[in-house]
Write a protein that binds this ligand. Structure first.
Ligand SMILES: [Fe+2]
Ligand SMILES: [Fe+2]
Length: 127
């Protein structure tokens, strides 16, 4: 059972960014599924690595778009991105101790943060 389904309200109107957001949500859903099944430490770690590297790619891509568009709130937006990046690092540290029940909550937290970020912050520069 996936954590959540993609919704039209998550579209920000930039096709490439929307595609990247869908992929991020897809990775989070997969991570949630693995955490819930609680029996595959290697998969949890490898999907978290995937989340970390794709998040890095997406954030850099988005920040460059904003830079090119001279978006006025770029610095603030980068601060939000750095917060999320640090939360993933935190998730990795917890996984080193392997506590899947807390991973679970962490994935929910990351997903909720991402939904809010996409619908509130990413939308601001796309409009
Ligand atoms: Fe984004
Ligand atoms: Fe963003």
């Amino acid at each position: 059972m996936p954590l959540f389904a993609w919704s039209d309200e998550y579209y920000i109107g930039n096709e490439e960014i929307d595609t990247q957001h869908k992929k991020l949500f897809d990775i989070l859903n997969r991570l949630f599924d693995i955490c819930v099944s609680k029996n595959d430490v290697d998969s949890v770690e490898s999907v978290t690595e995937e989340l970390e590297s794709y998040t890095h790619y997406h954030f850099k891509f988005e920040e460059q778009l904003m830079r090119d568009a001279e978006y006025k709130d770029l610095d603030k937006h980068i601060t939000y991105h750095n917060y999320f990046t640090n939360e993933i690092k935190f998730a990795k540290r917890r996984q080193a101790q392997y506590r899947p029940d807390t991973d679970n909550k962490l994935v929910e937290f990351l997903s909720n943060w991402l939904i809010q970020h996409v619908t509130e912050e990413d939308k601001k520069y796309a409009i």
